[in-house]
Design a protein around this ligand. Structure first.
Ligand SMILES: Nc1ncnc2c1ncn2[C@@H]1O[C@H](COP(=O)(O)OP(=O)(O)OP(=O)(O)O)[C@@H](O)[C@H]1O
Ligand SMILES: [Mg+2]
Length: 685
């Protein structure tokens, strides 16, 4: 059985053909009425299925031609149409001889049923020969009506379609614009990479990150932008994640900029497939990690610095606690050794022994002093001073300390800002730094001391813990000695950390320096490179008031008393005994008390006779300051000298002596005591 199928649309023809062939029919397809007529001329068919609206010749005309031609009128004709079908179309079709009228789309069974029944009817000889075909004029009239109507509908449909198309285009444009804007405004980089690795598309952020233009990038692959050592890892991510899952986890790598510099990124990539499901491209969101990594490092540095500071703090507290008792004992050892020395002949063996004791005690005292300095428990008397002048005055001593093989260069900054600091602390700072520098130099070398001025802004200070914005005077000590490895550098400020042989160093030098700098609200930085040398930079806050006159050191001769009465209060009997002895030798009348209460009782007895009170600061019952206040009520002219083994808040504020308070630090020598007592007694009220 041969069937002629007529339709202008490819997929319609294809569907009908497939259906009919599948049911055992032979099918010839034609694209319009005219073509169908050609086939009819040269071939025989058992059935015609035709659409209505077609170019060149439509279905109505074809039907009319078939049904009015003797050769073909017996062939069953099925109208199969979808376009704007109304009941009039069916009526007209049947009127001009069509045997069936089916509306598209229909179920395959419906079409097959129509085909089979039309064929069966034809075999029976009916249906295929319409008896009363309408007259020509009537057909034309109806035909025109149908056609006009259909065209109107077609127009309407087209208009609707155009509007929909326009809408779709508009929507597409907006969405594209949105996408563009997003793409361009993204602070993260975006790259669209084909399967060969070429960067087909990239946004501004990506270009900026890498320093290439989008055009330059389009000629490069992502591997061209990636340092060699990341290639293997990235290939694995492509193979094991992107190609398998369609996307990767977030991963880190590095890129190389156009200028050759390398920077860290974090990225995630996705796979794009085409309509057939084939791998077409990959796209990636790339974030520059330079800033984050930097912030992370700063955070870590800050944590380390904080940790270090806390460690120092706790060692400091411990040191301060021990120093009190330790200094009392040292005072006794020092004092008696000194007095014993004065009683022996210089060539006796006892004299030598006592010298050795004195020596050891002095060294011990120096250690406690350093510990206290580190613990910031050293009682200090800061002055406003010009660092240049102070250092100038120390150079001779420093040169002696350093020795002849090492050259000392001094570079003072002109017009240096003043600082507020106890000059003896500058002594300690420079002595420690210079001795360390000397020890770091094997053979000949060079040490440089410099001063300078510098201002720190907020930005610098957020990146460096323990700094505060402001103006600073900088003291730099550098050497070209052996330098230090990182591991050593991390520990140098810890008390008792030393790399020196046993007996060569206690490891307190830099701990002292650290404590002094902190006590004066400054900070310290170290730069060191093995084999090259080391530089210490100390920053002391600028003081805004001008420099005042510096107190002259006490003269080097023992200042004797003139029979004044001194009341000594001390709860530690051995010290009390020692001081009494010292004062008596110096020519004072001494009254002693082992406690504040005893002192008050004695004072009342002696009336008019007491000139000076020397009292310990920290005692049970009552502190030295309060005792002085009670006694001053009895003797308004009484002079007071406080003594202590470490800083005591009653007479100091944060370790800094209150103005016009006289103080002597334990342990002290007879010479120190003599000078302080005289100074206190002679001060104008
Ligand atoms: N200028 C420097 N060059 C190289 N290493 C140094 C320098 N300054 C200090 N160091 C290292 O730091 C360590 C600690 O120094 P610190 O001054 O605290 O103690 P010390 O010199 O060993 O002993 P002390 O100063 O108590 O006699 C030293 O042992 C040394 O290893
Ligand atoms: Mg040292």
């Amino acid at each position: 059985m041969r069937i002629l199928s007529v339709d202008d649309q490819d997929e319609n023809r294809y569907l009908v053909e497939a259906l009919l062939t599948g049911n055992g029919y032979e099918v010839q397809s034609a694209a319009n009425g005219a073509e169908a007529l050609d086939y009819l001329q040269n071939d025989t068919f058992d059935l015609i299925i035709s659409d209505i609206l077609m170019p060149v010749m439509d279905g109505f005309e074809l039907c009319r031609k078939v049904k009015t031609d003797e050769r073909w009128r017996h062939i069953p004709f099925i109208v199969y149409t979808a376009t704007y079908t109304g009941p009039q179309d069916e009526a007209f079709s049947l009127k001009i001889g069509a045997n069936r009228f089916i509306v598209k789309p229909c179920e395959p069974e419906v079409l097959m049923e129509a085909v089979n029944s039309a064929l069966a009817a034809a075999r029976n000889g009916d249906a295929s020969q319409p008896t009363d075909l309408p007259r020509e004029e009537e057909v034309f009239k109806l035909y025109n009506e149908r056609l006009v109507r259909k065209l109107e509908q077609k127009m309407l449909q087209l208009e609707k379609e155009t509007a929909a198309l326009r809408e779709a285009q508009e929507a597409l444009r907006t969405s594209e614009q949105k996408y563009r804007r997003l793409h361009e405004s993204m602070t993260d980089g975006f790259a669209y990479v084909d399967m060969q690795g070429y960067i087909r598309e990239s946004n501004e952020a990506f270009c900026e990150m890498l320093g290439y233009s989008a055009t330059e990038l389009s000629k490069m692959t992502y591997l061209d932008l990636t340092p060699e050592q990341w290639h293997l890892q990235e290939q694995e991510i492509v193979d094991r994640q992107i190609l398998v899952n369609g996307f990767s986890n977030v991963y880190e790598k590095e890129y190389r900029r156009k200028d050759g510099s390398i920077f860290p990124v974090e990225l995630r990539a996705f796979l794009v497939r085409n309509a057939l499901g084939e791998e077409e491209a990959m796209w990636a969101i790339v974030r520059d990690l330079t800033e984050r990594k930097r912030a992370g490092k700063i955070q870590k540095d800050l944590e380390n610095q904080l940790h270090q500071a806390q460690k120092m703090e706790s060692v400091g507290r411990l040191a301060g606690g021990v120093a009190h008792d330790y200094n009392n004992m040292l005072s006794v050892i020092l004092g008696y050794a000194q007095m014993g020395l004065e009683k022996t002949e210089p060539d006796s063996s006892l004299h030598d022994d006592l010298c050795a004791i004195l020596d050891a005690a002095k060294r011990s005292a120096a250690i406690t002093r350093q510990l206290l300095a580190f613990a910031r428990k050293q009682t200090i008397a800061p002055q406003i001073l010009d660092l240049n002048e102070t250092i100038q005055g120390m150079l001779k001593m420093l040169r002696r300390l350093i020795g002849e093989d090492v050259r000392l260069t001094w570079i003072p900054a002109p017009c240096l800002w003043p600082v507020m600091i106890d000059p003896s602390q500058i002594d300690q700072l420079l002595a420690n730094l210079c001795v360390n520098a000397r020890d770091a130099i094997i053979g000949v070398g060079k040490i440089t001391i410099e001063t300078n001025m510098i201002a720190f802004d907020h930005e610098y200070c957020t990146a460096h813990a323990a700094t505060k914005p402001g103006d600073y005077v900088m003291l730099v000590v550098s050497d070209n000695g052996c330098g230090m490895e990182r591991e050593i550098l991390d520990k140098i400020f810890e008390p008792f950390f030393t790399t020196k042989a046993f007996g060569q160093g206690t490891g307190l030098g830099l701990a002292t320096v650290y404590g002094i700098v902190k006590q004066n609200s400054g900070f310290i930085n170290v730069y060191s490179e093995p084999e090259k040398g080391t530089t210490f930079k100390i920053y002391l806050p600028r003081h805004t008031e001008p420099v005042t006159t510096i107190d002259k050191e006490s003269p080097d001769i023992m200042q004797r008393g003139r029979g004044e009465t001194v009341l000594v209060v001390e709860d530690e009997p051995s010290i009390l005994k020692l001081i009494t002895k010292m004062l008596e030798i110096l020519g004072y009348v001494v009254v002693t008390a082992r406690s504040p209460v005893e002192a008050i009782t004695l004072a009342k007895e002696y009336r008019t006779a007491v000139d000076l009170l020397i009292t310990d600061v920290i005692m049970p019952e009552m502190n030295g300051r309060d005792l002085a206040d009670v006694l001053l009520a009895i003797y308004p002219d009484l002079k007071c000298l406080f003594m202590s083994g470490y800083t005591a808040n009653v007479i100091t504020s944060q370790g800094i002596l209150e103005a016009d308070v006289h103080f002597i630090q334990k342990p002290f020598s007879a010479m120190d005591l003599a000078a302080k007592v005289r100074k206190t007694l002679e001060e104008e009220v």
